[in-house]
Design a protein around this ligand. Structure first.
Ligand code: GLU
Length: 283
């Protein structure tokens, strides 16, 4: 029995790529008599538009999907803080005061999320009150856990390589974004009882970090299913800013959502869109 989830961020409308992701997760749950969950990932307070959650529900219903909704991230901040305090007590977080521009200028390596943090504040800790974020000391974390592996159903067993990200930010001091995506999503999947984390292949690499966090925090280890991405005719991930229509636009224009969902299930992509396996996604 698979418990899967669709976890959209209410920063912008859902488009066809999201529809495909929701359908894959929905079907993987239903084919196993399992549960399909909807989680609103509104951890990024500054960018979140609360009214979009209702639009998302209308979009999913229009596609003919049924789901159980679990608590949104904004209601789980206390749990993220407890987990961060646990990692802090283990000596695995260090304060950082570097800006994005400073990191971009100093970085010599690129990882799945962009420039790899060069460790400036690990070498020279910032003064009290200067920190804007707390980073995970990935080397220290890995020496505590030893080698880890995880299973992506389509791609098979993976050796966890969280070090490719460098020391990721797990906690931010800005009140609006108290926990990073990595920390929040990992804790939520455990709290929601997700057994098969289903999401696009563009987040494949993030699972290396999530596997490490699960081990450090004693969380259950799910399996993963990273699905192929829908790409536009230029080979780019679908995005509103590149003209991919919002599901809400298709819905209000009177398109038949269930028929669209059936076509996507059969692999019949709308004009100008291809389905591409991007399992070893690199930026
Ligand atoms: N909230 C993320 C997004 O909308 C998805 C995260 C996940 O599925 O783990 O891209």
């Amino acid at each position: 029995m698979n418990v899967t989830r669709f976890a959209p961020s209410p920063n912008g409308p859902l488009h066809l790529g999201h529809a495909f992701s929701a359908i894959v997760a929905h079907d993987l749950a239903k084919e196993s008599d399992g549960r399909f969950l909807l989680r609103i990932e509104d951890i990024d307070g500054a960018r979140s538009r609360p009214e979009l959650a209702e639009t998302f529900r209308a979009d999913l219903a229009w596609l003919g999907l049924d789901w159980e909704e679990v608590p949104a991230q904004s209601s789980r901040i206390d749990e993220y803080e407890v987990a961060a305090a646990t990692l802090q007590a283990m000596g695995l977080l260090y304060p950082c005061r570097c800006t994005r521009a400073e990191i971009a200028a100093a970085a010599t390596e690129f990882g799945p999320d962009g420039p790899v943090y060069p460790g400036t504040c690990k070498a020279e800790p910032p003064g009290a009150g200067e920190a804007v974020a707390w980073r995970l000391d990935v080397d220290a974390a890995l020496s505590r856990t030893g080698p880890l592996s995880w299973v992506d159903e389509p791609a098979g067993e993976q050796q966890a390589r969280p070090e490719q990200f460098g020391d990721v930010v797990l906690v931010r001091k800005e009140a609006d974004t108290p926990a990073s995506y990595h920390l929040a999503a990992t804790l939520d999947d455990a709290a929601d009882g997700v057994t098969l984390v289903t999401r696009g292949a563009d987040l494949f690499a993030a699972s290396h970090i999530h596997r490490l966090l699960q081990e450090l925090l004693g969380l259950p280890v799910p399996r993963w299913h990273h699905h192929a991405l829908l790409l536009d005719e230029n080979g780019k991930k679908l995005a509103k800013r590149r003209g991919s229509p919002a599901l809400a636009e298709l819905r209000t224009a009177g398109e038949n959502g269930q028929a669209l969902a059936e076509r996507l299930r059969r692999g019949e992509m709308p004009a100008g869109i291809t389905l591409s396996q991007l399992l070893h996604y690199s930026p």
